[in-house]
Design a protein around this ligand. Structure first.
Ligand SMILES: [Cu+2]
Length: 158
């Protein structure tokens, strides 16, 4: 029994690593996923990644959720009279044989209602749901906030 349990844990670790690298169903792959570390007391964070569509038809994502984060939304930034605002978007379209990028200052995955800081070296899981009902699980490592700090401040103000 003990042996079986250990074997299972090894399998979990193995597939964990696999998903970090590839996170792919046959027709979509996820690359460069990360979320920014957050200081204590901050309730919101953001995650970024690139989605690559390997099929000849557009792929639509309609929602995203996480077991570790109470509310997760697709967001984008919009320039209103010179001020950047962000707002929720209902769907993300990944073009046929193309790519969609969540990146700082553009589209991002908003993590809201954080109950604990996102700490460098930790990981969170995100589940992206497609319009056809299929889901894509992504393991997202937490990385240090670098030069994007300015953008993050604008975020909090918006
Ligand atoms: Cu946002």
């Amino acid at each position: 029994m003990q042996l079986t349990h250990r074997y299972f844990r090894l399998l979990v670790v193995f597939f964990g690593i696999f998903f970090v690298e590839f996170t792919s169903a046959a027709d979509i792959s996820v690359m460069h996923a990360y979320a920014r570390a957050t200081p204590p007391g901050v309730k919101t964070g953001a995650a970024y990644m690139q989605l690559r569509n390997h099929t000849g038809s557009e792929i639509t994502f309609v929602s995203v959720q996480s077991k570790q984060v109470p509310t997760v939304e697709f967001h984008h930034h919009r320039n209103v009279n010179g001020t950047m605002h962000m707002e929720k978007v209902d769907k993300i379209l990944v073009p046929a044989n193309g790519e969609f990028r969540f990146e700082p200052g553009q589209y991002h995955i908003m993590l809201m209602g954080l109950t604990a800081p996102l700490v460098v070296g930790d990981k969170i899981g995100l589940q992206l749901k497609r319009a056809n009902g299929e889901t894509v699980d992504v393991v997202v490592p937490i990385k240090a906030v670098g030069h994007e700090m300015i953008d993050h401040k604008a975020h909090g103000a918006g």
